[in-house]
Design a protein around this ligand. Structure first.
Ligand code: AHR
Length: 537
């Protein structure tokens, strides 16, 4: 039985008066201009913030709706290869270059028995997935996922079941995946036709255990103790693995931060990172006001700073030399397809669930979230855009092909161009009043500098809904030789979206680049996201 879904819980919590970060953001925000001066960005490649961990732009594939079945795997399809993998989807993801993918959930993992999904397919049970009230055929399991990862050229981030599962079953899965041979579970893998171990490096200790909607939900202290036990057993099997413990599922949770604190008190020494989740765009927060919506990435900044502070408090209390890093392993825009009905699979196989249709505005918000991840990449080393295909996803399939939603584009830019070191940028900009949020800068910028080839990439978000803005980029040290790629996402209709009928309604457009110099001025259109890639040579 699904006792209560996430959305229902959050709605009830809000009605009961649980403090919401943006409670006071009622009414429409007025973008009040205070002057018309140019915005300035100081770029100093000699002062990097952090060397970028490629895992910062990972993604997620859960057994939810049509993400696996009908998304990445569809054996009967004319587009499937001999393994049943959708070739068109595979090609898209390979081309994107997604570095790491979290699997198999999400909420799904908390009731999942990994043994159901290995061995001869004909013997695998059809089970009721209680997270999404769907039928799980188990035709796609751990080995299929890991084979698919190889085909896509990505690393897996496996989550273990710490809901109905035990620390022992988690350690068994590590043994199945990572031990060469000569033990019960490694030999079972070999019996299943996989000779060599996979050496899966990074593992999540369950999912959103603080949420009352979660199968196996439990108090923080209990979860912290269970995680410590699981970590010790999993590391006894493979000492080289990295472990991510669950932090708060939402900033709106009544236990937000207290959960993280209590959990870490129990298992700080045994884990490497703590997870953060956030889906942006809740209408209660924005009131449907675009000027607030485009500032939502600032809520992500704040969340990262708060969870970082908790990690460091526990570190201090424990006098630990180890500093945890953060895994923002679920983030995206998601606010339309999240009603009770959208989350209920009605006991069908591969039902249509949470198939959010993304518009231009969502893509701009996603660009802002990428900027935030870049500016916190000293502590956030891994993050997953949730999810990858069909369900709250940049890619959507139908029987004949795959569609790139609007949010595909900023994500693809980040994957392709954000390389080397994240830049510690100084941004000066006019601002506007967003009620409940205070002053918000019209212009937000994130960037990277790659010392290997001297190239710089800037992502520029213009939150001004009506005005083109001039952004003067001032280079300390040496200026780039030329402006290479300069593209922009904008348009007259913030609500425009792509569909199979009109797949290219919202796509990046070329933007006139300024001449390369130590000071250069970009003209960024109203409500836009600009990518500027400046090669070193
Ligand atoms: O990504 C969809 C769901 O959102 C995940 O299963 C869960 O972890 C979160 O609540």
């Amino acid at each position: 039985m699904r006792s209560m879904c996430r959305r229902q819980f959050l709605r009830q919590a809000a009605a009961a008066g649980v403090a919401l970060v943006a409670d006071s953001w009622a009414g429409r925000a007025a973008q009040v201009r205070i002057s018309t001066s140019t915005c300035r960005v100081i770029v100093d490649p000699a002062r990097p913030l952090a060397n970028l961990d490629r895992r910062l732009f990972g993604s997620m594939v859960e057994h939810i709706g049509r993400c696996v079945y009908g998304g990445i795997y569809e054996p009967g399809s004319k587009l499937a290869d001999s393994d049943g993998f959708r070739k068109d989807v595979l090609a898209e993801i390979r081309q994107l270059g997604v570095p790491i993918i979290r699997y198999p959930g999400g909420n799904f993992v908390s009731g999942y028995n990994w043994l159901d999904g290995v061995g001869p397919k004909k013997d695998r049970p059809r089970v009721l997935d209680r997270a999404w009230n769907s039928i799980e055929s188990n035709q796609f399991g751990t080995n299929e996922f890991l084979a698919w990862c190889r085909a896509v050229r990505t690393d897996p981030l496996l989550a273990v079941n710490l809901g109905t599962g035990t620390p022992q079953s988690a350690a068994d899965l590590v043994e199945y995946c990572n031990v060469a041979n000569g033990t019960r579970w490694s030999d079972l893998r070999r019996q299943h036709g996989i000779e060599s171990p996979y050496n899966v490096k990074c593992w999540c200790l369950g999912n959103e255990v603080d949420g009352p909607w979660q199968i196996g939900h439990m108090p923080a202290m209990q979860y912290g103790i269970k995680s410590r036990d699981a970590a010790l057993q999993m590391r006894a099997v493979d000492p080289s693995i990295q472990l991510v413990v669950c932090g708060s599922a939402e900033v709106t949770m009544p236990t937000y931060l207290e959960w993280d604190l209590q959990t870490l008190e129990e298992c700080y020494d045994q884990v490497d990172a703590i997870s953060l989740h956030h889906y942006f765009g809740d209408l209660r927060e924005t009131g449907g006001d675009s000027s607030k919506f485009l500032a939502m990435n600032l809520a992500m900044d704040r969340q990262i700073e708060e969870v970082t502070a908790v990690c460091d408090v526990v570190r201090g209390r424990k006098r630990s030399r180890k500093q945890l890093w953060l895994a923002f392993d679920e983030w995206n825009v998601w606010y339309r397809k999240n009603t009770e009905a959208d989350l209920n699979g009605q006991r069908k196989e591969a039902p249509h669930l949470v198939e959010e249709v993304y518009n231009l505005e969502d893509a701009l918000v996603l660009g802002g979230l990428i900027i935030t991840l870049l500016r916190h990449s000293d502590r956030v080393r891994l993050a997953c855009l949730a999810q990858l295909v069909n369900d709250i996803a940049p890619l959507v399939t139908d029987p004949d092909g795959v569609l790139r939603q609007t949010i595909y584009y900023p994500y693809a830019w980040a994957l392709r161009y954000a390389r080397g070191n994240a830049l510690n940028l100084l941004v000066e900009s006019e601002d506007y009043e967003a009620p409940g949020m205070g002053r918000v800068k019209y212009i937000d910028v994130g960037g990277t500098f790659d010392p290997e080839n001297g190239s710089t990439t800037l992502f520029i978000l213009n939150r001004d809904l009506v005005k083109t803005r001039e952004v003067e980029v001032v280079w300390r040290d040496r200026a780039p030789a030329r402006v290479g790629q300069c593209q922009v996402m904008t348009g007259s209709d913030l609500k425009a979206y792509n569909s199979f009928e009109v797949p290219k309604r919202v796509v990046p457009q070329p933007l006139d680049p300024p001449k390369a110099a130590t000071r250069m001025t970009f003209e960024v259109p109203a409500h836009s996201l600009t990518l500027a890639h400046l090669p070193g040579e």
